[in-house]
Write a new protein. Structure first.
Lengths: 358, 358
């Protein structure tokens, strides 16, 4: 347990011992008043986290399940997907496996689609939804969701679906104000819970379309998730121990000063990485300044460097970091700096990396 | 913790403190060799549990998710569903929500479909799959899967899908020998883990069909689950803490003498309920002798009795039992006698119920 603060995986993130311990709660009925009260009590904090007045729903699935739900419930025929990394491509593939057409707008790895690129694409192609990854976990690129949402909102009848897997909880999200129709994340990212819960929210516009989709299914039906969340009931038999961990984590976040403090800490961690990069000079970040994720940094090593060897040596020293998900992104390793990690933990890691890089 | 042995819910079942504690394992990479070794080491025990030489796959979902996967991957157009309770109807509804046709063969609550009924239905109607709930958790009825499988196997090109949610782990399952094409359960039943993991297996015949389904999706794709399980890799970011709980539970089962001992204990618990019913005379079981689930008993109280009041009073005394899922089944309460519970725990509950019934 004393090892907390050495797991910099892009997920599953380090889980605080107090949150892990919440999983020791003995099982009880998921159909009980007790569960209903727990779910109701968590809503205000979750809604602040997503920036929405809509109910935040919990799915017993990874975020991938919610992305599939977004596709089945929100895409009629054709979705435009900005692909600048592994998870953009993932969204497009998911759509195709669900029998939808995916129109890919590729962007350079490390970059996110711009409002101009999106506007041009929407003028040329007819789609009924646009999908963007907010914080691309494979590259560390951060998309400008408010600007992109404006472009989507200029078209009637096009829904805007955002994969917020490593942005939700790590930075302010203003889903309603921006005009986003679907946002989701997974428990094992900035929330710093064990994996197994998806969290999401959908606009009224989204739910209206979802209710008319004929093949949305049952388990991943977003209309159903929203309707059940509105009653503060759990959907199916939920992952009870993970809900107890979430309850504990939200209480900890409130105790530590609330979401704005947590968001500021994530921003500070990106600053720590940026200062380290500048001080060294021989490494750089794949994503350009001003468009970087507060939760994940993809660190590009000099040509000929051996990121796999570095990752292995770090592991021997007790530190976990991530590797590249796509070899074409270059010789890089990925630092997940999110959840309950602090700048001090991160400085500990970077000192060891510096020592190893020489 | 000392309260272990008083939760007789039909799920989530009581989880042994040692198994709960396995969730305290700090997070590590799901793409690591360590995870691959854990998954590989669990296969032989899981395969014995399902009675199959095929890989047992783990899904980060409840069993409902796997049922939807079975429908999407295994039903082309039309599935015949035996409905004698809540979960039979659930299967049919899931199929419809996935855009398939469900032909319902209703049976009396407490009864399971017979081989003769199934043969007659299959001679009259053209379907490409048959779905049966092995142990109907709403009534306690146990279907004769080997006999039903024989009937299905007599038809070429019809798949046999079995909801084993409260049978797998509670009794011997011989999936391959019986000729079943799909079996699944959820972690929070006879396995006695927290909810959030689905466990399933599929025949080669099933996988061949699944590979040709165009709309099977991504998250719940059974062909994908089988292919990834064959490599002992996890699918998506899995529920790591629940996998650690499963690893611990399989070690406990082995230490306690293996699956046959566990199955015998479940059979003994049904015997305990049956002897109690016989001794009292004023209560009965909804399911007839010889066709009762080893994991769940639906106890029918005398007309005019108040099961809701009984359940409430039991809860005040520290005991959890389940209520009816369908009011038309009569004045009943449901005892889940599975997982790590023992006949001695059950006798403790029944003594209190006897006291309350007078």
């Amino acid at each position: 347990m004393s090892d907390f603060g050495r797991n910099f995986l892009p997920g599953p993130t380090d889980v605080h011992p107090e949150v892990l311990a919440a999983q020791l709660t003995p099982m009880f009925s998921h159909r009980s008043k007790r569960m209903q009260e727990i779910l109701a009590a968590m809503q205000p904090s979750l809604q602040e986290c997503f920036g929405t007045a809509q109910p935040v729903f919990l799915s017993t699935s990874s975020a991938t399940g919610l992305i599939e739900g977004a596709v089945r419930s929100g895409v009629r025929q054709r979705v435009l997907v900005a692909t600048g990394g592994y998870f953009g491509e993932y969204f497009a593939k998911t759509a195709e496996h669900c029998g939808k057409q995916a129109l890919r707008i590729p962007v350079e790895p490390g970059r996110a689609i711009t409002a101009e690129q999106l506007a041009a694409a929407l003028d040329t192609h007819k789609v009924d939804a646009v999908a963007v990854v907010h914080s691309e976990s494979s590259t560390g690129a951060l998309a400008d969701i408010p600007a992109l949402a404006k472009v989507v909102r200029a078209k009637s009848d096009v829904l805007f679906l955002v994969d917020g897997v490593t942005s939700v909880g790590a930075m302010p999200i203003l889903m309603d104000a921006w005009g986003v129709d679907f946002y989701c994340t997974g428990s094992q990212k900035a929330m710093a819970l064990p994996p197994g819960l998806g969290l999401g929210a959908a606009s009224e516009r989204f739910v209206a379309r979802a209710s008319q989709q004929r093949d949305a299914g049952f388990y991943l039906s977003i209309a159903r998730m929203v309707s059940i969340a509105r009653q503060n009931l759990p959907i199916w038999t939920p992952a009870v121990s993970l809900i107890m961990a979430l309850e504990c984590q939200l209480a900890r976040i409130a105790r530590d000063g609330g979401w704005p403090i947590r968001w500021a800490r994530h921003r500070a961690m990106l600053g720590t990485v940026e200062r380290w990069i500048t001080a060294r000079g021989d490494v750089k970040l794949l994503a350009p300044e001003g468009a970087r994720s507060p939760a994940i940094s993809s660190v590009l090593l000099p040509d000929g460097a051996d990121p796999a060897g570095l990752i292995r040596t770090l592991e021997e020293r007790g530190y976990l970091v991530g590797g590249a998900l796509d070899p074409s992104h270059g010789p890089l390793f990925r630092i997940g700096h999110m959840g309950d990690l602090t700048p001090a933990h991160l400085e500990g890691l970077l000192a060891v990396v510096s020592e190893l890089l020489g």
